[in-house]
Design a protein. Sequence first.
Length: 230
Amino acid sequence: MRSRRPHARAALPAVLLPAPLLPAVLLPALALAVGVLAAGLAAPGVARAEYRAYELEVVDLYDCRLNKRERCRTGNVTTGLDPQQYLLTHGGPYHIGVLLLATWMCHGDTSFYKPVCPRPVTRNPRFNAGDDVVIALEKHITEGWRGRVEVAYYQQSVRSNVYGVRFPERRNVYARYFEKDLKKAGAAASAPAPAGAAPGPAAGTPPGAAPAAAIAAQPAAPQPVAAPPP
């Protein structure tokens, strides 16, 4: 009879670091971990959390459809939820519509129902809420549009004021712009004339028509003169 012998298994080579190399590998990692732990314990309160805040315009679409309103009810809310999260947690797109008005960074957290930090105020603003402006952003779809500033705040990341502009004549489209991309509406017409220059025609005067001051200085004609065509 042939005796059964257990199959010999190939022994795996043991990979061991030489004893002198163990301290050289472990000691730096251990020192780094101890240093990070000591820094965290020695300076409590230095590291702060941050989060992003959002100002949203919320439209009640469900009520608008149910009651067949011509203008839907809207309201503004400041929250730590981005527009998509707020939409999904407050009824979904069938019930509400959400529009982003402004966003900024806050330090701290919103635990224990803390309110989000307020919107940063503008710094040396050229425009204020309610001002009529014209878009001066070249090669943009809204270039030349006339709108009204609705929201103004300072954005620290780009060190610039940001303005939310509403366009009532464009189906109430809303967009945000940097300060350099806006100019006041009618700024050219209100600019002072150079010293000694004759006054120009008023805004809205047809081409070729004489200024109002020049017409007033002329003697009255015996026959009424028709105004030139625009």
